[in-house]
Unconditional design. Structure first.
Length: 451
């Protein structure tokens, strides 16, 4: 057996090393070259932060203009890791999840081969693990819970897609409130419908679908972020968040709440430095022990260098096809030994079609739909070709006087297929498709219906 390990292990390591996003796609390279060699429209050398909303309107290419044009400056402002983190999020906003993952990995510390071998041996030693469908298991547990807290990583909309998949079953069990960290908690927010004022991260198309789905289903959206977070300590911020969620219980004593937060805010374990996360603060204030669910440790590319290698080794040994919970003797276990959460979701490795992940079907509620660029008369194709294709709900466009500036697309992409079409994932319905050039000018519009 030891000889087999010695023979087999290098192949596993090769798999892990190759299991990465090392190539920059052609449209990303095109955008990089454009930003470095020209001054994109709207570019300002004085800007010292990256944003999607210049002059109060949505512009999904705007942060790239500055990040690529002044990479050295923004590396100093954000640090190298912060720069890669920011970029991964903006690629996710733009619908380019392969490149988002590429930048996530660039933000990690490297893991040496000996550590990889040790990780592989650890995972190879796992015994008696079974996997159950995570959505069904959470639905089963939800019957006896008052508050469920689930987290996300900013650059991984697959986490938002999974939270969306829970909504219908939780609604059947009496959950009526969806509290989300990403929601705007200032007086200008719009929580009854989706606009750019619903929340900054709600401008990511899958987050937008999460909001739309919850509102249509009958959930009350609750914004609970600390509006003074920039001036507060982490403990103060999480305490304010917890109190804002607790106010739901104070107003509605029968309330059942789903909370969607980022990273370890949902933990019920204090850290060594005295940090009390929101989950623990809520438990202390309310007396309610929330069910806490982590998605960040065991999803594609992990949460950091070591975790990434662990996820790769685990998925190689257990090639699951659906989001799952690991079980031993009918009890859930966290395979990473992370004791911060009650449950850990293990997400499967994504499959891709024309550069876009298949989980964008959102459990079959959307279908792949190819859109061929339409060139308006009088436009020089060579000089001004379509770069970004965006599909907006026609009803939202009509209700906003056909102005897309503050609306969130149902889906968007700048990744052309081999046939020069653009693959979008869309529900049945009517859409207004915008074709934008690399300067974000609208070249043409197209009305479509998905049947």
């Amino acid at each position: 057996m030891e000889l087999l390990k010695k023979i087999f292990l290098p192949g596993c390591l090769l798999f892990i090393v190759q299991f990465s996003y090392s190539q920059t796609s052609q449209p990303v390279g095109q955008l990089q070259d454009y930003c470095k060699n020209t001054n994109p429209e709207g570019y300002s050398p004085r800007l010292n932060y990256l944003t999607l909303t210049p002059k109060g309107n949505m512009h999904y290419l705007f942060p790239f203009y500055h990040a690529f044009k002044n990479e050295e400056k923004f590396r100093k402002i954000y640090t190298d890791k912060g720069y890669y983190d920011e970029m991964s999020q903006y690629f996710a906003f733009a619908g380019d999840y392969l490149t988002a993952m590429h930048y996530v990995v660039k933000s990690y510390d490297s893991v040496d081969d000996e550590t990889r071998r040790r990780i592989f041996r650890t995972v190879e030693g796992f015994k008696n693990i079974e996997h159950v469908d995570a959505r069904r298991y959470i639905g089963f547990r939800a019957k006896n819970e008052r508050v469920i807290m689930i987290n996300e990583a900013y650059a991984k909309p697959v986490h938002r897609a999974f939270t969306m998949s829970l909504l219908a079953e939780l609604y059947r069990h009496g959950y009526r409130y969806l509290a989300m960290e990403m929601l705007n908690n200032n007086p200008d927010h719009t929580l009854a419908k989706l606009t750019m004022h619903t929340g900054y991260y709600c401008a990511e198309p899958v987050a937008g679908e999460l909001v739309r789905t919850a509102v249509a289903m009958g959930y009350t959206l609750v914004s609970y972020e600390d509006t003074a977070a920039a001036h507060h300590t982490p403990n103060q911020r999480d305490s304010v968040q917890a109190m804002n969620i607790y106010r739901i219980i104070q107003k509605d004593t029968a309330a059942r709440i789903l909370v969607h937060a980022s990273y370890a805010h949902i933990s019920k374990t204090p850290s060594a430095d005295g940090y009390v996360p929101m989950g623990l603060a809520f438990k202390n204030i309310s007396g309610i022990d929330p069910l806490t669910i982590d998605q960040t440790d065991m999803s594609e590319e992990g949460n950091f260098g070591y975790g990434r290698a662990f996820y790769q080794a685990y998925i190689q040994k257990f090639p699951i096809k659906t989001a799952s919970v690991a079980m031993i003797n009918n009890e859930p276990v966290n395979v990473t030994n992370n004791e911060l959460y009650d449950l850990s979701i293990i997400h499967p490795l994504a499959s891709y079609l024309d550069g876009r992940p298949s989980w964008l079907t959102l459990d079959g509620t959307r279908q792949p739909f190819y859109i061929k660029p339409v060139t308006p008369e009088g436009i020089n194709l060579k000089a001004r070709s379509a770069y970004l294709v965006q599909a907006y709900y026609s009803s939202e466009m009509v209700n906003n006087e056909n102005k897309p500036w503050q609306l969130v697309p149902a889906d968007q992409s700048y990744i052309p297929s081999s046939k020069k079409n653009y693959l979008l994932y869309l529900k049945k319905g009517k859409y207004t498709v915008l074709f934008r050039d690399i300067d974000y000018h609208i070249l043409n519009t197209l009305n479509i219906e998905v049947n």
